[in-house]
Design a protein around this ligand. Structure first.
Ligand code: BTN
Length: 255
């Protein structure tokens, strides 16, 4: 059982997570915050102990044992016009990576666009979604799934999953981890507004695939080239022969 009091004592934010909603069972924390009339305050965090329809990128499902992991979403409602939303995607994966390193000394790598890996295995994933009114984005929801205390992952996966418990060899406090992430997330939002290039540089430093020959798979389409860099919007720049192509979607693997 998630101890809200223990989490709250460690929460050191002004806005993020101050409106905190805990639910035993929810379809998807992202779906709720994207459409709920009731929960529409900037900074609201919804933690679901179990998601019946947890979603991942590219319409995949996100399956997570009840009560062992963290599956939550953060709602942002501000003026997104002059800032690049996609950088919040990269910034969120950086926050998770940094928290895992600070609390458990794990060696964390990032994989474009926002997979969080330990020993090449997936420990967390992020799904950023938004809704618009007219041509204005009015809600951004950042959904974060972290494998925390799940002991095993039966089934077949594109990338083998792992959990903090498996890598750190101990059960860990979900309350402490969530508060650490939200504290860092609030700071990251400031960096996003004031120094977006810092997010890009920190992300580059944690991605070990830059400079490598990679394959991008998007549905039935495939492209190969060198992972040259990420651009100022956080999109992947693929070098194919002497041409550069921007990649907005897809799964990256080493060739
Ligand atoms: C991915 O790696 O494909 C992204 C996974 C994102 C999963 C989280 S769990 C909380 C939030 N609610 C969802 O339905 N998905 C995200």
């Amino acid at each position: 059982m998630f101890n809200i009091e223990e989490f709250d004592i460690k929460l050191d934010t002004e806005v993020i997570g101050r409106n905190f909603i805990y639910s035993d069972e929810v379809e998807s924390t992202n779906s709720v915050l994207l459409s709920s009339k009731e929960f529409n305050q900037h900074g609201t965090v919804l933690l679901g102990e179990f998601q019946t329809k947890g979603r991942g990128r590219k319409e995949r499902s996100w399956v997570s044992n009840a009560g062992q992991n963290l599956t939550f979403s953060i709602l942002l409602k501000s003026d997104f016009k002059e800032h690049k939303i996609n950088l919040v995607n990269l910034g969120s994966s950086l926050v998770v990576a940094q928290a895992l390193e600070n609390l458990f000394q794990l060696n964390v790598e990032l994989k474009w666009p926002n997979d969080v890996l330990v020993e090449k295995k997936k420990i967390a994933g992020i799904l950023l979604e938004s809704t618009s009114k007219g041509n204005k984005i009015n809600r951004v929801v950042i959904g974060i799934g972290i494998n925390v205390n799940q002991p095993n992952f039966p089934g077949k996966f594109d990338i083998q999953p792992t959990s903090i418990r498996k890598e750190f060899k101990e059960l860990v406090s979900r309350e402490r981890l969530l508060s650490e992430i939200l504290n860092m997330f609030e700071d990251m939002l400031e960096t996003w507004k004031k120094e977006p290039e810092k997010i890009l540089n920190d992300w580059r430093n944690r991605c070990k695939m830059i400079g490598e020959r990679i394959k991008i798979i998007d549905g039935d389409k495939q492209k190969s080239g060198i992972f040259n860099d990420i651009d100022e919007d956080g999109f992947l720049v693929l070098k194919i022969a002497d041409k550069y192509e921007k990649i907005h979607f897809g799964d990256v693997s080493l060739r």
